[in-house]
Design a binder for this molecule. Structure first.
Ligand SMILES: Cc1ncc(C[n+]2csc(CCOP(=O)(O)OP(=O)(O)O)c2C)c(N)n1
Ligand SMILES: [Mg+2]
Length: 299
């Protein structure tokens, strides 16, 4: 028999989970909105990636990462390393959502003298830990950071955001081996598997599948999820945390995402790597995004 006390506890737990889910989904919606506004400043850009990865970024910034918005260099912060400099537009949107940079500043995206250049640079932007334009180096830096933090006795975690294109790079796999060798339980990698690269579809550029088995073979705790399902992402982070605490293994969350997610007009666009969006389309994109979000909330 289940006691009243247990039912109340379970009820509270599910209320807390529902609140957690709504918080992260709300953050993802605003990240998408900011990304569209920034894209409009330039009329084009890596908007499709930002929309596709918004749920991953929201799960990190609204749920996982320990940081102080008013002190981005706080020593005890967790580190979020963006490998893919061209995803900066999505990262800036997440930094604004997290309160690390002002929302108003997003208007300067890609302009002369802006702190928000089109490719992410650590010297320009608060909260941007590395300059990631040269692909395939982020995981190596993350391994060094995780190792260094452990030597210092720090409890901070390191998160590395990679793209599926970065799995073409040998350096990514060298770093993966190093992380396992050093038992880096304080390291979590997230890979945006949007099935796309600059030169075309990932499976036509270089076949990297079966991806999950590869990470497992390199000694990582690997999970593959729908990266546009916030509930699945949060569950994967919870599993990864339990795993890290139990055996000190690095974890990777392999996230299948859809380029342009949340804006039907952009979801099936050709030349999605660097999207050109016409002047009259931006408002329509925002309306589609809001309609989708409100429709979901009403269900
Ligand atoms: C070392 C290196 N090689 C090539 C490039 C050129 N480049 C820029 S973006 C990109 C595509 C990489 O794949 P991915 O990040 O999965 O592309 P997306 O999903 O954004 O289309 C390439 C090859 C680069 N920036 N760095
Ligand atoms: Mg890709």
């Amino acid at each position: 028999m289940v006691s009243t006390q247990e039912i109340t506890t379970r009820g509270n737990a599910s209320d807390a989970e529902a609140e957690r889910l709504a918080r992260v989904e709300g953050a993802a919606y605003r990240i998408r909105h900011h990304a569209l506004n920034m894209g409009e400043v330039q009329g084009q850009g890596y908007v499709g990636q930002a929309l596709g990865a918004a749920d991953m970024l929201a799960a990190v910034y609204a749920d996982q990462l320990r940081f102080r918005a008013d002190d981005p260099e706080w020593e005890d912060r967790d580190r979020f390393l963006l490998s893919t400099g061209h995803y900066a537009i999505g990262h800036y949107a997440a930094l604004a959502e997290a309160g690390i940079i002002p929302v108003k500043e997003l208007e300067t995206y890609g302009s002369d003298d802006s702190r928000l250049p089109m490719s992410g640079m650590s010297t320009y932007t608060p909260g941007m830990e590395i300059s990631g334009g040269s692909l395939g180096h982020g995981l190596s830096i993350a391994v060094g950071a995780a190792l260094g933090l452990r030597y210092q006795g720090s409890g901070s975690r390191v998160y590395n955001f990679l793209s599926d294109g970065e799995l073409d790079e040998g350096s990514t796999w060298e770093a993966a081996m190093g992380a396992h060798h050093h038992h880096l339980g304080n390291l979590t990698a997230m890979v945006d598997i949007n099935a796309l690269q600059a030169d075309g579809k990932t499976d036509t550029v270089l076949r990297t599948e079966p991806v999950t088995e590869k990470w497992q073979a390199f000694g990582w705790y690997a999970q593959r999820v729908n990266g546009n399902d916030v509930g699945a992402l949060l569950a994967a982070f919870d599993n990864a945390a339990a795993q890290a605490a139990a055996v000190g293994r690095p974890s990777v969350i392999l996230c299948d995402t859809k380029v342009g997610r949340g804006v039907p007009l952009l979801e099936d666009r050709e030349k999605a790597h660097f999207m050109r969006i016409e002047e009259h389309e931006w408002q329509l994109c925002r309306e589609q995004l809001t309609a989708g979000f409100e429709g979901k909330a009403a269900r």
